[in-house]
Write a protein that binds this ligand. Structure first.
Ligand SMILES: [Zn+2]
Length: 395
């Protein structure tokens, strides 16, 4: 018989609904029931965990993350993935898209293969709960290598590639069906053919690291791009006579936008503009965090190059911003502070919205029957005090 847990909390945000004095019944890996305490019968023999006045929300989903605590996900080893997962869980994140950086062919194939194997194993329903120690990688996000060299940010110029369906096919093959997102620069020659190929393989296509004009970005949206990667960063700047890719992203409802909400990558007024343009329902907070996240200041690896972290800000040797050290819990508190929206109003940006991008909206990012029991327990200031990954408390 599966173990049953009854998790009681003062407030539950599903996040569609707010439930006061609520209870979540967890059976094995999954949620069986959620509702007010006076409406949900707790079965005999269930382990009752009472979080009193705390708030329980769905575990957070990070669709753009390169590493943390000294580990780069390009290492693609079970040890690196476990270390990153443990750190993410401390900040309420329960699933994520392991994100690549432009690197040599061998290194990218190796990362795709290694991560693919880890993802397939950790997602298998048979995985013993004692094997779950932190956030789980649910898919791969290929950030490049088909990027615009002018807007490459921290991706090394020597590893940027021209759009190639052959090359993408090799990556997808190596990853064994675990790639879910491809970021490309749509203005490159051959990019739209690559975009269509990626869509035919079931990928979501994000536009980013791009110098696209408004028209070029619109063509990509027409061709099926549905996502903009770290909006404003590594994009042709918006100008009132040359609105560019940012103008297209801000004004087209078919496209969702990632935001690195640390207040450094994008300043608060631009964040408010983004929220007004996209609405909360099309905004996705991402960490874009690097191996230096959760570590003291110093030099850290990103793929095969070095970035310097000082006071939590990551830069390459030439001074470009290179990813962040922020986690989604802090990003959410920032978004609330910058916009005046409540924590609850901001919550879809790290739960339901990223789940939708990954096609996992029934399984992740929501507290509902049959969804995975991925939960974050929060105090009044929205700091994480416990995290459950598929029914298992991991802190
Ligand atoms: Zn990037």
């Amino acid at each position: 018989m599966k173990s049953v847990k009854a998790i009681i909390a003062g407030t539950i945000y599903t996040p569609l609904e707010e439930i006061r004095n609520g209870v979540i019944l967890v059976e094995g890996h999954r949620i069986a029931k959620v509702g007010p305490r006076d409406q949900v019968k707790i079965p005999q023999g269930a382990a009752v965990i009472d979080y009193q006045d705390r708030t329980v929300v769905p575990g957070f989903i990070d669709i753009h993350i390169h590493g943390a605590v000294g580990c780069d996900l390009m290492e693609a080893t079970p040890e690196a993935v476990a270390a990153v997962g443990k750190y993410l869980a401390r900040h309420g994140t329960t699933s994520y898209a392991a994100t690549t950086v432009a690197a040599s062919l061998d290194r990218t194939l190796n990362a795709a293969k290694g991560l693919g194997e880890i993802i397939r194993t950790s997602n298998s329903l048979q995985v013993g709960s004692d094997k779950i120690t932190g956030a789980q990688p649910v898919c791969i996000h290929l950030e490049g290598p088909f990027l615009n060299i002018k807007r490459r940010g921290a991706h090394p110029a020597s590893q940027i590639q021209k759009p190639s369906t052959d090359l993408l096919a090799r990556f997808l093959d190596a990853a064994g069906g675990t790639v879910r997102i491809l970021t490309l620069a749509p203005e490159l020659e051959g990019a739209l053919a690559l975009l269509e190929f990626a869509r035919s393989k079931g990928l979501k296509v994000g536009i980013g690291h791009s110098n696209a004009t408004y028209e070029e970005a619109k063509s990509a949206i027409e061709a099926g791009a549905t996502h903009a990667v770290h909006c404003f960063n590594a994009m042709r700047p918006f100008q009132h006579r040359d609105a560019g890719i940012i103008g297209a992203v801000l004004t087209d409802d078919r496209i969702s936008a990632e935001l690195i909400c640390d207040g450094i990558h994008v300043e608060p007024t631009a964040i408010r503009l983004l929220v007004r343009s996209k609405g909360i329902e099309r905004l996705i907070l991402v960490s874009d965090s690097l191996s230096g996240a959760g570590m003291p200041d110093g030099n850290y690896r990103l793929g095969n190059f070095t970035v310097h972290v000082a006071s939590g800000v990551c830069r390459t040797v030439d001074g470009s911003l290179a990813g962040s050290t922020i986690m989604l819990d802090a990003a959410l508190r920032n978004l609330s502070a910058f916009t005046g929206l409540s924590y609850r109003e901001c919550l879809p940006c790290i739960t339901t919205n990223p789940a939708r991008i990954l096609g996992l909206e029934k399984q992740k990012g929501v507290i509902a029957p049959r969804a995975d029991a991925d939960l974050a327990v929060l105090d009044q200031q929205f700091y994480v005090t416990q995290t459950y990954v598929r029914g298992r408390p991991v802190l």
